[in-house]
Design a binder for this molecule. Structure first.
Ligand code: 5GP
Length: 191
C-alpha cells in the first residue's frame, strides 16, 4: 500500500543541530522531500541559492507575504525573515512525497494552527552544556549574537511538551534515522 504523504515539522532550540540533521537528511535520504525556505538573510559561505535557501530581498519577501505564498513565516532571532513556500509543499504532497519542514518554533506553532494534521517533532540537545558548546564552537555568530541565541534557546526548550515526539540529537546519523522512521519512510541510507 502506498504511504500516505505527510507533513512533518522539525523544530527545536537554536543551535541544537536542526540544520545539521536536515542537511544529513537532504544528502542521504532522497525519500524525504525537504522544504527549501525563503530568507532575507545573506548566504553564508558555501550556501547555494535554491538548495539551502531561496535568498530573497525584503521586497521579494514582502510580495510573498502579500500573495499568501508562504505556509508560515517568522522573524528569527529578531533579525531576518524566513518562510516556507506554500506551492512547493503542495506540489510535493500532490506527487505523493512526504515533506519535512525544518523551521523555528514560531513557524511550528503557525503550522499547528494552519495544518493541524502535520506531525511535530522536537529536536532536543543531549544536554544544555552540549548545546552551548555547539553554538560557541560553530563560530558563525558574534558573542553578542551567541548570547541572544542562548536566551532564545532557553525559552524554546520549554516548548518540548507541545510536540508529538522528541528526538535527541546525540548523533546526527541516529537522530536522522529516527526522524525518517517517524515520518513512516524506509530509513535506509544513500551513501
Ligand atoms: P539559519 O539562519 O541559521 O540557517 O537559521 C536560523 C533559524 O531559522 C533556524 O532555527 C531555522 O530552523 C529557522 N528557519 C529556517 N527556515 C525557516 C522557515 O521557513 N520558517 C521559519 N519559521 N523558520 C525557519
Amino acid at each position: 500500500m502506498p504511504i500516505e504523504p505527510t507533513v512533518t515539522v522539525l523544530a527545536g532550540p537554536t543551535a541544537v543541530g536542526k540544520g545539521t540533521v536536515s542537511t544529513y537528511i537532504r544528502d542521504h535520504y532522497p525519500q524525504v522531500w525537504l522544504s527549501v525556505s525563503a530568507t532575507t538573510r545573506a548566504p553564508r559561505p558555501g550556501e547555494v541559492d535554491g538548495v539551502h535557501y531561496f535568498f530573497v530581498s525584503d521586497a521579494e519577501f514582502d510580495a510573498m507575504v502579500t500573495d499568501h505564498a508562504l505556509l508560515e513565516w517568522a522573524i528569527v532571532h529578531n533579525s531576518h525573515r524566513y518562510g516556507t513556500p506554500k506551492h512547493k509543499v503542495d506540489e510535493a504532497l500532490a506527487q505523493g512525497r512526504s515533506v519535512l519542514l525544518e523551521i523555528d518554533l514560531q513557524g511550528a506553532r503557525e503550522i499547528k494552527r494552519t495544518l493541524p494534521s502535520a506531525q511535530f517533532v522536537f529536536l532536543a540537545p543531549p544536554s544544555w552544556d552540549e548545546m552551548v558548546a555547539r553554538l560557541v564552537g560553530r563560530g558563525t555568530e558574534t558573542p553578542e549574537q551567541q548570547r541572544a541565541r542562548l536566551e532564545t534557546a532557553k525559552v524554546e526548550l520549554a516548548a518540548q511538551p507541545e510536540f508529538d515526539h522528541t528526538v535527541i540529537n546525540d548523533r546526527v546519523e541516529r537522530a536522522a534515522a529516527e526522524l525518517v522512521e517517524l515520518m513512516g519512510l524506509p530509513a535506509q541510507v544513500r551513501d
